[in-house]
Design a protein around this ligand. Structure first.
Ligand code: UDP
Ligand code: MG
Length: 311
């Protein structure tokens, strides 16, 4: 049995070596065969050099190096596409997901005969209250809106088996929201509760801007509900308009005086309906933008270098 460990790395110079050490010591003592698949996501620091040095002394270290920074989800996708294992573990390079729990996750996977064991964070040390709170709210909203149930408080730290890997590799979309897609694939999926550690060193590579973009992919790729909401808003405003029109008509017939002085109500109506129109056009535009991206059929990532791959 071969276990692939997929480790996306973007400017992780201060941590990769320690990550390598911790992973190797855990995997050696668990006695399973493994490959460490580091995906260098266009790092501009010495990450690649360090990885190459490690790969010279250890054939289990494999490197996929991107031609530029494509983003975390693309890095993980490349890892899943290129791994050879019967099982694959996705783990962050910063040691926030403790490698020590991998054997337990693997055991759980085998005893339960599951296709996916996903890590659920019991506690988020070293992360700002803001990040925790926004993540919580976001996942609750997303679950409301989308048809697939995406586990709350779960990241990409998980083990997937060969069936899931193969099915994942058949998915056609370019903008991947991996945790959602894996849920969508089905098979038996079970949670594994663990405590998330603070980052070992370095800084988060997910600033607010990237987080928002990521959230948008989750929302607009997993749900058509925003379109339904836009439609309902349209219906509601037509209804409101009809009621108001009827009211104005009655008032005109019975010659009620207020119909003349209507400045405030007109301005309010313009703002309100103008807002609804812009909002719904924006939602439509978002979906068209996604189609635009998908239709181009560009590759999700470009590999500039492979190390220790036979093929
Ligand atoms: N990462 C990546 N490409 C990016 C951003 C992040 O490969 O463009 C990797 C990063 O090296 C790390 C993982 O994704 O291994 C998670 O990133 P990070 O720990 O910075 O995110 P956080 O845990 O703060 O959400
Ligand atoms: Mg992290």
């Amino acid at each position: 049995m071969l276990l692939s460990i997929i480790i996306p790395c973007y400017n992780e110079e201060p941590v990769v070596e320690e990550t390598y050490r911790r992973l190797v010591s855990v995997l050696k003592s668990s006695g399973c065969e493994y490959e460490l698949l580091f995906v260098n996501d266009g790092s501009s620091d010495a990450t690649l050099q360090i990885l190459k040095r490690l790969s010279e002394s250890d054939r289990a270290v494999k490197i996929l190096s991107f031609s530029r920074n494509f983003g975390h989800q693309c890095a993980v996708t490349a890892g899943i596409n290129c791994c050879n294992g019967d099982y694959a573990t996705i783990i962050d390079a910063d040691l926030q997901d403790p490698p020590e729990v991998i054997p337990d996750m693997l055991n759980l996977m085998r005893t339960e005969n599951a296709g996916v064991v996903y890590g659920v964070r019991k506690k988020r040390e070293g992360e700002s209250g803001f990040k925790t709170a926004t993540a919580k709210i976001f996942y609750r909203i997303l679950n409301r809106l989308s048809d697939v149930k995406i586990p709350v408080d779960a990241g990409d730290f998980r083990i997937i088996d060969r069936n899931v890997i193969n099915e994942f590799n058949r998915l056609g979309e370019r903008n991947k929201y991996i945790r959602g897609l894996v849920s969508w694939l089905g098979f038996k999926q079970i949670p594994f509760y663990y405590e998330r550690a603070p980052r070992f060193a370095g800084e988060t590579k997910y600033p607010l801007r990237k987080m928002l973009k990521f959230a948008m992919v989750g929302l607009f790729y997993f749900s058509k509900k925003p379109l339904d909401i836009a439609l309902s808003l349209g219906f509601a405003s037509v209804l409101l308009g009809l009621i108001y029109g009827f009211w104005v008509f009655i008032a005109k017939i019975f010659d009620l005086t207020f119909t003349v002085s209507g400045w405030v109500s007109i301005i309010m109506l313009i703002i309100f309906f103008g807002g609804i129109q812009l909002l719904t056009i924006g939602v439509l535009g978002k979906y068209i933008g996604n189609l635009f991206d998908e239709v181009k059929q560009r590759p999700e990532y470009i590999i500039s270098e492979k190390v220790n791959f036979n093929k």
